[in-house]
Design a protein around this ligand. Structure first.
Ligand SMILES: Nc1nc2c(c(=O)[nH]1)N[C@H]1C(S)=C(S)[C@@H](COP(=O)(O)O)O[C@H]1N2
Ligand SMILES: [Mo]
Length: 198
């Protein structure tokens, strides 16, 4: 893994500026491509599968025992709304990857309900991504991806898979749900990478 992630242009201070073409919203729109799955925490499981087939799994009690972080970040939806300084609690992907041995470059995030989205592994590490389970002090509501969702705030928000159930590592890049439908494979809001070819 490289030291500098593609598109990672440094830590911008949260809450000070909007990426090009975005407008500010104070509410929290719900964007879901299908029905909202209602996953009871006792039935929830999260896994990381490596390119060699090794699987690391956490059930809800094991997940809650991991060290959690409070996260304040701006989020940017490709439909042009941005929300500044949204507050989350979650487990860093660095924590979840601590015992995962991999040399893969790519990740497919899989959600309950079938949604998928692809990301470079480098974009999930080094304090850039979390599995979030609280929003503004409350348990994350089902419409926003509860019990837990991926949170990757430096990329367009479609990369932050709601109802996430696992990450699959791979040496080759595959495309997820929106990426297959013509959205950008990477999705950097500061470079306005909305659609394939942007
Ligand atoms: N599983 C799943 N995750 C998803 C989506 C979805 O349809 N299904 N929509 C994505 C899109 S396009 C956006 S903008 C955000 C919206 O999150 P919100 O509904 O909490 O605002 O979730 C992303 N994650
Ligand atoms: Mo979106």
């Amino acid at each position: 893994m490289g030291i500098v992630s593609p598109g990672f242009t440094g830590r911008r201070r949260s809450g000070t500026e909007l990426p090009p073409g975005q407008y500010l919203t104070r509410d929290f729109p719900v964007l879901s491509a299908g029905p909202t799955p209602h996953i009871q925490p006792e039935h929830w499981e999260f896994s990381i599968a490596t390119e060699s087939g090794e699987v690391h799994k956490w059930d809800w009690p094991a997940f809650l025992k991991l060290p959690a972080e409070e996260i304040t970040r701006d989020i940017h939806c490709v439909t042009r709304w941005s929300k500044l300084e949204s507050e989350w609690k979650g487990v860093s992907l660095d924590t979840l990857f601590a015992d995962v041995e991999t040399s893969a470059d790519f990740v497919m995030a899989h959600s309950y309900g079938g949604y998928t989205t692809n990301l470079p592994l480098d974009d999930l590490l080094d304090g850039q991504a979390w599995i979030a389970y609280e929003f503004e002090g409350d348990p994350l509501g089902a419409e926003h991806g509860g019990p837990a969702r991926l949170l990757v705030p430096h990329l367009y928000f479609w990369k932050s898979a709601k109802w996430v159930r696992g990450l699959v590592l791979s040496d080759a890049e595959d495309l997820g749900f929106w990426e297959t439908a013509g959205y950008h494979e990477y999705g950097d809001p500061w470079k306005e990478q909305r659609y394939a070819g942007d």
